[in-house]
Each structure stands twice: as C-alpha cells, then as structure tokens.
Design a protein around this ligand. Structure first.
Ligand SMILES: *[C@@H]1O[C@H](CO)[C@@H](O)[C@H](O)[C@H]1NC(C)=O
Ligand SMILES: *[C@@H]1O[C@H](CO)[C@@H](O)[C@H](O)[C@H]1NC(C)=O
Ligand SMILES: *[C@@H]1O[C@H](CO)[C@@H](O)[C@H](O)[C@H]1NC(C)=O
Ligand SMILES: *[C@@H]1O[C@H](CO)[C@@H](O)[C@H](O)[C@H]1NC(C)=O
Ligand SMILES: *[C@@H]1O[C@H](CO)[C@@H](O)[C@H](O)[C@H]1NC(C)=O
Ligand SMILES: *[C@@H]1O[C@H](CO)[C@@H](O)[C@H](O)[C@H]1NC(C)=O
Ligand SMILES: [Zn+2]
Ligand SMILES: [Zn+2]
Length: 777
C-alpha cells in the first residue's frame, strides 16, 4: 500500500472534478434501509458502477489487477467486497470474475505473492488478499476447482508467510510495513500490517480452532499496545520507524486501523469468551467515535484527510473496511449490535445520498457527511459506498461458518510455509545475446594478465548511474565510448580482489575494493598534487576510455582502487563510488555549515537522496523539491526536513523560501539537469548563498546565470564540482559505515540488467538501481 501521511498535500482530485463538471445527473441510488430488496438494489447499482473500473476479465488483460492509479492491493480489497456482496444479496454476477482474479493472483505459494507484485509488495498489501480468501472461507463462497488452491488454504498461506516476518530485532516485535529490505518503508513498523496479521490470525483461530493462531493473535495485540501504536484509550496511530526504536509514533488515525483490530478482537471474544476480549471490542467501538460526525449524526468520515481534502488514492477506500468489519463484528459479538447498527445505518444512508454522479446517477462521492455528490469519482470511494450500504444487510444473513460448523473450504496448515526467496522473483524476462551485447554485459571471466601494480577485481555489484546512459548515447560532448573500443559503461563497482600484481602490497586477495568514475590519474601534475586529482588531464575515465563496471571482472591500478570497510554492504558501497561521493564533495566545496538550509531541486532521485542524507549528517537542513508520493516518502524518510511537490504547490519557489526562514536557501544542489532552470530562485534574498552544479545536462542544452546585480547585491556564488576523489570516497564510505548513509537502492539480478538500464533511461527510477552480479534468475 502506498499510504503516506507525514505531510498533508493539496488535493489532486481537483483535476478529476474539472473533467466531470457538466455531467448531467439523471438518477440517484435510492435506499430504504428497512427494506431488504431496496438495500440489495442499491448495492447492485453501486457495485455495477464500481465494476466499470475493473477490466481484468477481458481477454488479454491481467485478472486481478486494477488499472492505474489503483495499486494491486486494492483489487484484493475489491474481491473481498464482491464476496460479501454475493453473500449479502445472493447475486452471483461477479463470482466467476472473483474466482478467476483470486486464483490468478495467488502466486506459486498460494500466499498472494505473485511474481509481478512481490518485488514491491508490503505485508498490508498481501493481507488484504488474505482477508478476501478468509471471507470466502467464512462465507462458503463457491470453492475453486479441486486441483486449484482453496480459500482457507490461501488464508493460511498468507498467515504462514507473515508469522516468520514477525521481527523482534527492533521495537520488540511487530511486522514491518514492507516485506523486502530494498523497498522504502522496510524500516517502518506499522499498525495496518500488524493489525492485518492480528485480524487474519483471529479469524483463522475461530475457523480452525488451532491454538497457534490464537497465540499469535494475542501476541500481535499485546505488542501493538506495548509499542504504543494503540493508546490506553484504544485509539490507533499509524506506525513508526524502527531505526529510532519506534519513537516518535506517527499519530495519524485512519478508520481502517480501528476496523482491523475491532473485528480481530470480536473474533477473539467469540472464540474465548474472555471478558478482556469483550472489553477490548467494546472499547474500540467507543474510541472509534472519533470517526463519526455529530452533524449529520453517526456518519463516518475519514477525519485525517476528508476535512482538508487531502485523501489520496488508497485512503479513499478506507471507510469501507471499517464498515465491513463493524458489520461482521455484530455477528461475532452480538452485544455490539445496537451501537454498531446505529452508525452503519446513518452512514449507509448518507453514503447512498452521495451516489448521484455520472450519467447513470450511481457514482458515489467521497464525503458521506456531505450527503450529496462532491463531483469526484474514484474506485476506492465507490467501493467504500458499496461496503457501507451492503453491510446494512448483516442482520439478514447467517454468521460466518467454521471448520466444524458448515465450512467447506479445504485447509492446509502448512500452506505457503516454504518462505519465498528473499530475493524478488524476476518478471519472466529471457535475456538474449543481443540484449547482453546491447548493455555491454560481459560476465565471463577474461583471462587477463595483470600488471605488477594492478589488481583484478571481481565485482559483486554495479550501480547504474544516469551518466552511463549519456556515455552510451554519446551526448556529453566527450568522444563516444566506441572511440576507445569500449563496450561496457559503468563506474560504480564494489567487489573483491581476486588477483594481485607482483608488486602490490596495499591489497591482498580477498580484500574488498571498489571502482570509481576515474580509473587512474597521472599522480604527478598540479591537479593531482592539489586535491583536484579528478581534474587531472591524464585521468582515465571508467566506462568511457576503459571498460566499465557493467562487466564483472575489471583490472584496476592498486593505487586507485578504493578499499571498502567492513560494515558497508556492496550494494551501498557501489553507489558511493560515484553518486554519493560526488555529492559529498559538492557539499564540502559549498563551504556551508551546520544549520544551513540546503535545497535539492529534483532531488528525489538517487544522487539527491544521498545528498539529503549526507547534508543531514553534516547538520544541514535539507529540503527536497520534486514530485510524487514515492519521492516524497523517500525524501522525508531519508532526512529531508521538508518536501515541496512542485506539481501540487502553486509556487514551489515561494514554498521553499518560506521554509528557509522566509529568506531563502543557503545552498542549492542541482543533481538533476532539469532543475537548473529555476535553481537560483530558491536562494531568495539570502546573502552569500551558493548554487552548486552536480548533474550533467547534455552539453550545450542549457545555461545557468542571473542578473549581475544578483551577484553584486546578494554575493551569490555559482560553482560546480566533478566526482569525488579517493579521499572523498573514503570519507563517504565512512558515513555509510556509521549508518548515516543508508541503502536506498533497488536491486536487480544480472540477467535483468537491460531492463534496469531501460528503466533508468526512461527516468523511472526514484532511488538508485544496483545490479547484483551473483544473482541470476
Ligand atoms: C505478469 O505480468 C505479465 C506481463 O504484463 C503478464 O503477461 C502476466 O500475465 C502477469 N502475471 C500475473 C500472474 O498477473
Ligand atoms: C459467537 O458468534 C455466534 C455466531 O454469530 C453467536 O451466535 C454467539 O452468540 C457468539 N458468541 C458470543 C459469546 O457472543
Ligand atoms: C496449527 O497451525 C500451525 C501454524 O500454521 C501449524 O504449524 C500446525 O500444524 C497446526 N496444527 C494443526 C493440528 O493443524
Ligand atoms: C562478494 O561475492 C563473493 C563471491 O564472488 C562472496 O564470497 C563475497 O562474500 C561477496 N562480498 C560481499 C561483501 O557480499
Ligand atoms: C617491483 O618493484 C621492484 C622495486 O621497485 C622492482 O625492482 C621490480 O622490477 C618490480 N617488479 C615488477 C614485476 O615490476
Ligand atoms: C561572499 O560569498 C563568499 C562565498 O560564499 C564568501 O566566502 C565571502 O565571504 C562573501 N563575501 C562577503 C563580503 O560577504
Ligand atoms: Zn556516476
Ligand atoms: Zn594528474
């Protein structure tokens, strides 16, 4: 799930609204809550509208995926809504689509970790599919064919893959948001992931009577309370970074967090009949009052974002889950019935009143409290309206079944228990010889004789740097690679010395070593003497004049190879060789001090984020100007004090100046060429500010400058620095060793290198890409 909540953002839905203006509203969804047929009819109209978003059943489409901008998990949530829909109404219109989509996405281990998703999948994403499977078992949804994965089995598979991810190594336990180390959010322990696991465990406990599930549910609940994600008043915060021992906690409150714990507690109560679970269930209902308006009374609203119109894609569906789980709670804990139904009725009625949009008059709005359509349309808000309307049928249906009480779904306590590889499975991508040649990969060991002062390095990783693309395209104004007979670009390598020349004393076989953008210098010119070695006229550029790090074995002069200290992994060390040490050098050359506001326009990419971390470590105050949720999240997690989304903010320059004391930035670090355009503007009225040029635009493509008065009156400086020297690399590696420069790379197996290069070429990379030579799929 791509929920992000540290800062509020203006609504992008305005765009949609504009597009929708002028649609005539002819009808509306009618709803009489005392008439079952009326509820069913309303549910069908809203569901029919919701299903116009889904195209997975069409030939050639992927069953179980929603089109952009909806993330994969939301399709899992949709199937759960459809299973409930069938159960509530008896209408089987979408049953086949549901079975098809869920089986398609179940993946090899039946745990909803299909190859196409698992690289970016979070625990919360996975568990929403698990919920759908669990609901199918609880509601006796038609079973898949015998030879296919079964509902209960799939829910167990999700549980069995998640339980081993319980991680006491930080914050005393809990589930991380993300599954894989390379995804942003791996260091975030959150309530929805842990709560999802709790909810699923409690329902499996009830369904199977296997005590292991109940023990896990107890454990997950206790941890949520101990870590403080659940307050003593039973309110649920969002989560916290485990790098700081889960404090401070991000105290944003979402409806679905209350909901996910509510139904879990109700199941535990039904199973154990213990007073403590009764009390917990009751208290969550009380505390969730915060999500219900007074005017109109008892109507649910997403208080964290609706009132300020900042609900993002995922968040638009959340209310639906609280409604879904409240309804089921009335079955597991019937004593809650009066309190819950009062709210479900008021909310269902209000939601239906928003469903007057679109040509059929069945498009629902986001804000139920408005009781009229707010002229927006969105899959998630449509689903939420469906959930709250159909949950009013809960009184007319029977309770969930269990193994010994009518359940027919086949289980398998060991399903999914073979943990998936800790490396992400590849897309089915078969690499051809032409592909390999195209990206200059040459992994076979060439039996090279090496000079007396050289070392042969076997690389474990290479980073991919955007200047590699320029090298391949030959647009940097330097002679192209082919002039030197070089086919392999790349200049960020980290690996192991496998052979040393006769006179090498600095390295021995087995030592770790890195390759940088410069392979060697003359060592005896003015620049080389003067800590300007990277400007040496005789410098040999890696991946241009000699083969670069897209091939695994490289000969390097021992004097120029960089030793890599223990405690820095190769995937971190590789990008240090170029991008991180380059930005380190730029920070040093800027002469800025601790406390300075430093802006990284376009800094949500690889180099910028490394700059943010280093600047932060040096006591500076980084601000990133870029766009998109992924970049925002990454920037803030990595130490930016603020993120200005240039697509969301009317005047990004003004926003930055406001942040920088209302005066302007002390320094501007331009890592992305496109950002030169208005780089100077961020310095505002700051006297003595400096603009540092780092990113290389295609030669001749742009000019940077300002009115001479600005230089005179503001003592403005503009300067550039090249890559890092050997000393800069050593210093930067030391920041990494001390944990101040973290891994932000996405790792690719070597056989998917062409795909990674292509992604870089298209500018689709938020962090940094690295390729692992020892991993092939
Ligand atoms: C994975 O993606 C590929 C390429 O889009 C597609 O052909 C395949 O059907 C997808 N697999 C699943 C399980 O969705
Ligand atoms: C457990 O759930 C069943 C089915 O809804 C219900 O009849 C029973 O009363 C519940 N048990 C308790 C202790 O509330
Ligand atoms: C109970 O569940 C656990 C966890 O999945 C499993 O290892 C165990 O075999 C199950 N026990 C029985 C009797 O099914
Ligand atoms: C690098 O790869 C070699 C195998 O080629 C392995 O022995 C070594 O542990 C790896 N080094 C690191 C730091 O991962
Ligand atoms: C190694 O260094 C020594 C002393 O500088 C020199 O005499 C010898 O020729 C060198 N060996 C080679 C193989 O270059
Ligand atoms: C002007 O700026 C430069 C570089 O930031 C600084 O070294 C110098 O002291 C400043 N001069 C004055 C007069 O402030
Ligand atoms: Zn580079
Ligand atoms: Zn030199």
């Amino acid at each position: 799930m791509r929920v992000f909540s540290h800062t509020s953002r203006p609504s992008w839905m305005g765009l949609l609204t504009a597009a929708l203006m002028g649609t005539s509203t002819v009808k509306a969804v009618e709803l009489d809550l005392d008439d079952g047929d009326s509820i069913k009819k309303a549910a069908k109209e809203v569901a029919t509208n919701m299903m116009t978003y889904y195209t997975g059943m069409n030939p050639g489409d992927n069953p179980g995926n929603l089109p952009d901008p909806y993330y994969w998990w939301e399709a899992g949530a949709m199937f759960n809504a459809l299973i409930d829909y069938w159960f509530y109404t008896g209408d089987d219109t979408w049953n086949d689509i549901t079975i098809q989509g869920m089986l398609w996405q179940a993946g090899d281990n039946k745990a909803f970790m299909p190859n196409n998703q698992s690289k970016t999948e979070g625990n919360d994403d996975q568990v929403f599919w698990g919920f759908a499977a669990m609901s199918a078992a609880e509601r006796n949804f038609p079973n898949p064919p015998e030879d296919q994965p079964q509902w209960l089995e799939m829910a167990q598979a999700v549980f069995n893959t998640q339980a081993p991810r319980w991680d006491p190594s930080s914050c005393g336990g809990g589930l991380r948001w993300q599954i894989f180390t390379w995804n942003n959010g791996y260091n975030y322990k959150n309530t929805i992931s842990t709560g999802g696991f709790f909810n699923l465990a409690s329902r499996l406990a009830k369904y199977t009577k296997n005590e292991t599930y109940a023990e896990w549910a107890e454990k997950a609940w206790d941890w949520t309370a101990d870590v403080g994600f659940m307050t003593p008043e039973y309110r649920f915060w969002d989560g916290a970074s485990d790098l700081s021992n889960c404090t401070p906690i991000n105290q944003i409150e979402w409806t679905y967090n209350a909901g996910v714990y509510l139904l879990g507690a109700a199941n535990m109560y039904n199973l154990t009949e213990e007073p403590k679970w009764k009390e917990r269930t009751e208290k969550i209902i009380e505390s969730s009052s915060v999500f219900f308006a007074h005017d109109p009374p008892d109507v649910m609203y997403e208080r964290a974002c609706e009132t300020v119109s900042t609900c993002m894609v995922d968040q638009r569906s959340f209310k639906g889950y609280l409604a879904r789980w409240m309804a089921q709670t009335t079955q597991m804990a019937p004593f809650t019935y009066d309190k819950v139904m009062k709210r479900l009725r008021a909310s269902g009625q209000a939601a239906a009143k928003t469903c007057t949009g679109g040509s059929k008059g069945t498009t629902c709005g986001l804000k139920w409290t408005d009781q009229k359509w707010d002229k927006t349309k969105d899959f998630g808000q449509q689903m939420a309206a469906l959930e709250v309307i159909q949950s009013n049928l809960i009184t007319r249906v029977s309770a969930p079944v269990t193994d010994d009480d009518g359940g027919t779904s086949r289980g398998n306590p060991n399903a999914g228990s073979k943990p998936p590889k800790t490396v992400p499975p590849a897309l089915a991508y078969s690499i051809t010889t032409a592909d390999k040649a195209g990206a200059g990969i040459l992994t076979a060991l060439v039996m090279i004789g090496i000079g007396p002062d050289d070392v042969l390095i076997k690389l474990n990783y290479t980073g991919l740097c955007s200047s590699d693309i320029h090298m391949m395209q030959g647009d940097l104004g330097v002679p192209p690679m082919s002039t030197f007979g070089v086919r392999s670009p790349g200049h960020e390598g980290a690996g192991v010395v496998v052979k040393i020349g006769a006179n090498v004393t600095r390295f021995k076989v087995g030592d770790r070593a890195g390759i940088k953008p410069i392979m060697d210098t003359c060592g005896s010119c003015g620049h080389c003497w003067d800590d300007k070695e990277t400007y040496c006229k005789a410098a040999i550029h890696t991946g241009l004049m000699v083969a670069g790090t897209y091939q695994q074995y490289l000969v390097s002069p021992a004097r120029y190879a960089s030793p890599i200290p223990d405690g820095v992994s190769d995937e971190v060390a590789a990008p240090v060789m170029c991008s991180a040490s380059t930005v380190y050098r730029s920070l040093i050359e800027s002469n800025l001090r601790a406390g300075a506001w430093v802006v990284f326009p376009g800094g949500g990419g690889g180099v910028g984020i490394q700059g943010v971390q280093l600047a932060k470590a040096m006591g500076m105050r980084p601000v990133v100007v870029d766009t998109g949720d992924a970049k925002q999240k990454l920037a803030l997690e990595m130490g930016a004090e603020a993120f200005v989304d240039f697509k969301e903010v009317a005047d990004p320059t003004k926003a930055v100046i406001e942040i920088a004391d209302g005066i302007g930035a002390h320094g501007v670090f331009v890592t992305a060429p496109a950002a030169y355009k208005n780089a100077i503007s961020f310095t505002g009225d700051r006297i003595g500010s400096v603009v540092m040029c780092i990113g290389l635009p295609p030669v001749g493509s742009m000019t940077l400058g300002a009115d001479p008065c600005a230089f005179v009156l503001k003592n403005l400086t503009i300067k550039g620095t090249l890559v890092g020297s050997r000393r800069d690399v050593a210093m930067t590696l030391d920041f990494a060793r001390r944990g101040m420069l973290q891994q932000i790379s996405e790792v690719y197996p070597v056989n998917r290198m062409p795909e990674a290069v292509e992604k870089l070429r298209k500018g689709q990379v938020a962090g940094r890409l690295v390729v692992n030579f020892n991993w092939e799929e």
